[in-house]
Design a protein around this ligand. Structure first.
Ligand SMILES: *[C@@H]1O[C@H](CO)[C@@H](O)[C@H](O)[C@H]1NC(C)=O
Ligand SMILES: *[C@@H]1O[C@H](CO)[C@@H](O)[C@H](O)[C@H]1NC(C)=O
Ligand SMILES: *[C@@H]1O[C@H](CO)[C@@H](O)[C@H](O)[C@H]1NC(C)=O
Ligand SMILES: *[C@@H]1O[C@H](CO)[C@@H](O)[C@H](O)[C@H]1NC(C)=O
Length: 430
């Protein structure tokens, strides 16, 4: 395994060190695409990673999930559709010998098939998104067979936030559990614990729809770090057309949205970028989400406490004997980011800023807010010397999270002291 890894690292090193780098055969494409990263690029597998504790059995699962891969929204879809014409400049520049892109990369881009309805802003998940959500449900069931094989009425809660792509995501998740007649609750039009910010008008005004929130991301567009990237894209493709920042974003989105992880097909649009370029563009997204959903704006922490309060109460009900075997909420990346913030996870010592890209930063949307990203807590009942005791294990994207509690297992007392304060969180500032 180690030797194999070394070989891979070596191949990657040689490839990136070559002066004419080809995308199509790199073997090691950079796969971290911020919130548009395919789930399969970062997920673990709960069937392998489940923490088995002697004398304990899982008695309840509580989880919050981001929807699966979706089609681009109307705005971004329109920008991407318009940017497709840049392909003609890329091809003709190559034909004139002005391009340093590889022949096969240009050919793949030329042969890339345009599918108009994909960019029409339909609020739907993609085939990849459907499969990701089914796969998640299926693997959970295989990892927790005794718990999930027979879900009687009232032993579960499945609910999503509003929106066709989110509702379809939970449908497929539940389908993956493979248990005939499970009922999915209707999503709520008013306040819900899985997206309390959505109905909060002050948040909508001051954060979600406030362009000031992106000030650091905008500032970054003036750094040499970003300008070198823009220049590199322009020079490698050799096009006469002068790319604006909006064009770069649209091309990046084309790369991210037309990457097909289910059949392991890279997007030829990604060939316009080097790995360094993709890292720079990833940082812009991290900045945007850090200020909109994370530590950059203090109110996010408060919203994050609300679903965590639901988690403590849910497990407490189980301990009292009238809880659920599984609770699953499907929602937006915003909610997951806010929960991480409330828990103090992925917090950098210094705030992220537009003037300095910290390559070792902890806040990486490509790891924590990808399509189908999920945080699942498992309540275990342990019997020792005839007495029942409980503990909680957290999983992020199907890998145990070691950073919440010592060794990744929270004693009930630790769990309770961390999360109980979140019960009754008020958002009267809304
Ligand atoms: C490039 O961006 C500009 C705005 O900055 C826009 O007007 C133009 O239509 C874009 N070009 C393409 C081909 O998308
Ligand atoms: C085009 O996109 C739509 C919407 O995503 C999808 O349903 C359809 O299968 C796609 N068609 C082809 C030929 O890929
Ligand atoms: C970026 O630089 C331009 C030109 O120097 C300046 O007008 C603009 O305000 C700067 N933008 C930010 C966000 O700092
Ligand atoms: C939450 O509010 C309820 C009702 O007001 C109260 O009974 C309960 O003790 C509160 N819980 C916490 C942890 O503050």
């Amino acid at each position: 395994m180690i030797a194999f890894t070394i070989v891979i690292l070596f191949i990657c090193y040689v490839n990136t060190a070559k002066s004419s780098y080809c995308y199509w055969n790199t073997g090691c494409p950079y796969k971290y695409l911020s919130t548009e990263t395919p789930y399969s690029s970062v997920r673990g597998d709960i069937r392998d990673s489940i923490v088995k504790l002697t004398g304990c059995e899982p008695v309840s699962l509580w989880g919050i999930y981001r929807h699966g891969k979706r089609q681009p929204s109307t705005h971004f879809g329109r920008m991407m559709k318009e940017a497709i014409s840049i392909r003609n400049y890329v091809v003709s520049s190559y034909e004139k010998g002005h391009s340093s892109l590889c022949a096969q990369d240009v050919e793949n881009l030329r042969n890339w098939e345009f599918n108009g309805s994909f960019f029409d802003g339909k609020q739907d998940i993609t085939e990849e998104g459907r499969r990701e959500m089914i796969g998640l449900g299926k693997r959970l069931k295989e990892a927790f067979p005794t718990l999930l094989n027979n879900l009687e009425k009232d032993s579960y809660t499945f609910r999503s936030a509003r929106g066709p792509w989110i509702e379809k995501s939970i449908n497929h998740f539940v389908m993956g559990l493979g248990n005939g007649n499970l009922i999915i609750d209707a999503s709520k039009a008013d306040l819900d614990i899985m997206d309390p910010y959505a109905t909060c008008s002050s948040y909508q005004k001051n954060v979600q729809n406030n362009p000031e929130i992106f000030a650091e991301a905008d500032k970054f567009l003036n750094t040499s770090d970003y300008l070198a990237t823009k220049d590199r894209i322009q020079r490698r493709s050799g096009i006469d057309y002068t790319l604006s920042d909006e064009n770069v974003t649209a091309l990046y989105d084309l790369c991210r949205y037309t990457w097909s992880a289910i059949d392991d097909k890279l997007s030829p649009w990604c060939a316009l970028f080097t790995k360094d370029d993709l890292q720079v563009l990833e940082y812009i997204q991290d900045l945007r989400h850090y200020y909109k959903n994370g530590y950059g704006t203090s109110v996010n922490e408060i919203f994050g406490r609300i679903p965590l309060g639901d988690l403590v109460q849910s497990f407490e009900n189980v301990k009292r004997g009238d809880g659920k075997k599984i609770v699953a909420y499907v929602t937006h990346a915003t909610m997951l980011d806010q929960i991480y913030t409330a828990l103090g996870l992925f917090r950098d010592n210094e705030p992220l800023t537009g003037s300095n890209r910290d390559r070792e930063r902890k806040w990486r949307t490509s790891k924590i807010s990808v399509f189908s990203a999920n945080l699942v807590a498992v309540l275990n009942r342990c019997v020792k010397e005839g007495l029942s005791d409980y503990n909680v294990v957290f999983y992020l994207n199907e890998e145990p999270m070691r950073s919440i509690c010592e060794e990744g297992v929270c004693s009930w007392r630790e769990f309770d002291s961390k999360l109980r304060p979140f019960i009754n969180t008020t958002i009267d500032f809304c």
